[in-house]
Design a binder for this molecule. Structure first.
Ligand SMILES: NC(=O)c1ccc[n+]([C@@H]2O[C@H](COP(=O)([O-])OP(=O)(O)OC[C@H]3O[C@@H](n4cnc5c(N)ncnc54)[C@H](OP(=O)(O)O)[C@@H]3O)[C@@H](O)[C@H]2O)c1
Length: 308
């Protein structure tokens, strides 16, 4: 098969080349990849440390060509969205059946390829906040891949979603996705206290969002898109204004919690019924990825396809 492989001798660290087909383990399905999405974490965090020759890529959607030998998971011909530590940027992917969610016919596989990491993280981070009906939830980095899904899923769960963005101009789009309130250019955030935060930016945004929590509220720290460290000063940490018992919860999608196949299937069904919107800003063939990813990661969501 053709695949992108790690090659540290070129600027993008990627080469599009011929490699042997993956051999699935008994608990794995073999998926013919139709589309694979690109995440900042894998380009900036993972690629520099991956060994030469490895096939990177966390998430891909496609069609099962060989069912798992142990009988688990979807049968041959099922459309699936998959996630795993690598192997997605290739024509074929072997992936545990437990990490493959069924994609209904009504959902586009290019859009479905963006679900596992971003929507999966948004879903599970929101769950970590507890019941959301009638509660205020702040989503930072709301224009990002995780943020946009968190806004939509938070609203779907009954929360009044407050979306934070760094630049003006996206207010209408976020309101359409379900945000009740859009804060532009913060921090500090000029709004009423919130019950929970899905935090994806880090640095000052994390500190300001933590300061906005009501008593017993939780901030789930999903990411650090700004790259900035966070300083929590005494004024932010002191709970003497009635905001006692606040907590910061770490988050990792690949923490081994079961049910990711069901979560991905649920998200794909929401794509199919039109209640969830995936943003795909650009598609490109695998062959173009080495050129596209040679410099800083282009803004927006990039999806790679085997044929272009
Ligand atoms: N823990 C996990 O398991 C997990 C899972 C998924 C993602 N993540 C992490 O979560 C973060 C978000 O991922 P993503 O896929 O949503 O990334 P993304 O699509 O690149 O979105 C990043 C968001 O952060 C905003 N942003 C970036 N720098 C900023 C700054 N200096 N000040 C204010 N806002 C800033 C961007 O705003 P603009 O739109 O204005 O650029 C955008 O809204 C990343 O750090 C990623 O690695 C972690």
């Amino acid at each position: 098969m053709r695949a992108l492989t790690v090659d540290h001798s070129v600027p993008s660290r990627l080469r599009f080349t011929e490699v042997p087909d993956p051999v699935p383990a008994a608990h794995e399905v073999l998926v013919e990849v139709a589309a694979a999405s690109v995440n900042p974490g894998e380009v900036q965090g993972l690629l520099p440390h991956a060994p030469d020759g490895a096939v990177p890529g966390w998430e891909a959607a496609g069609v099962v060509r060989r069912a798992a030998a142990d009988g688990s998971g979807p049968p041959v011909g099922t459309r699936v969205a998959t996630v795993g530590p690598g192997g997605a940027w290739a024509g074929l992917r072997a992936v545990p059946a437990a990490l493959a969610g069924v994609v209904p016919d009504g959902a586009d596989l290019v859009a479905a390829a963006t679900l596992p990491v971003a929507a999966g993280s948004a879903l599970r981070a929101l769950r970590d906040l507890g019941p959301l009906l009638g509660r205020r939830v702040l989503v930072t980095g709301a224009t990002g891949a995780v943020g946009r899904f968190a806004v939509q899923l938070g609203a779907m769960a009954g929360a009044d979603v407050v979306a934070s963005v760094r630049r003006p101009g996206r207010e209408g789009e976020l309101a359409r996705l379900g945000a009740r309130e859009v804060l532009t250019g913060g921090p500090p955030f000029a709004t009423a206290p919130v019950h929970g935060v899905v935090e994806t930016v880090g640095g000052e945004q994390l500190a300001a969002a933590f300061a906005l929590l009501a008593a017993d509220g939780t901030l789930v720290s999903v990411g650090r898109a700004s790259g900035a460290d966070t300083v929590l000063g005494p004024a932010v940490l002191t709970g003497d204004a009635g905001a006692h018992g606040r907590s910061i919860r770490t988050f990792y999608l690949a923490d081994g919690r079961p049910g990711l196949d069901a979560d991905l299937g649920w998200l794909a069904a929401r794509l199919a019924d039109g209640r969830l919107e995936a943003a795909v800003d650009r598609t490109a063939p695998f062959a173009e990825a080495p050129a596209l990813l040679a410099g800083p990661l282009p803004p927006g969501k990039l999806v790679l396809t085997p044929q272009g």
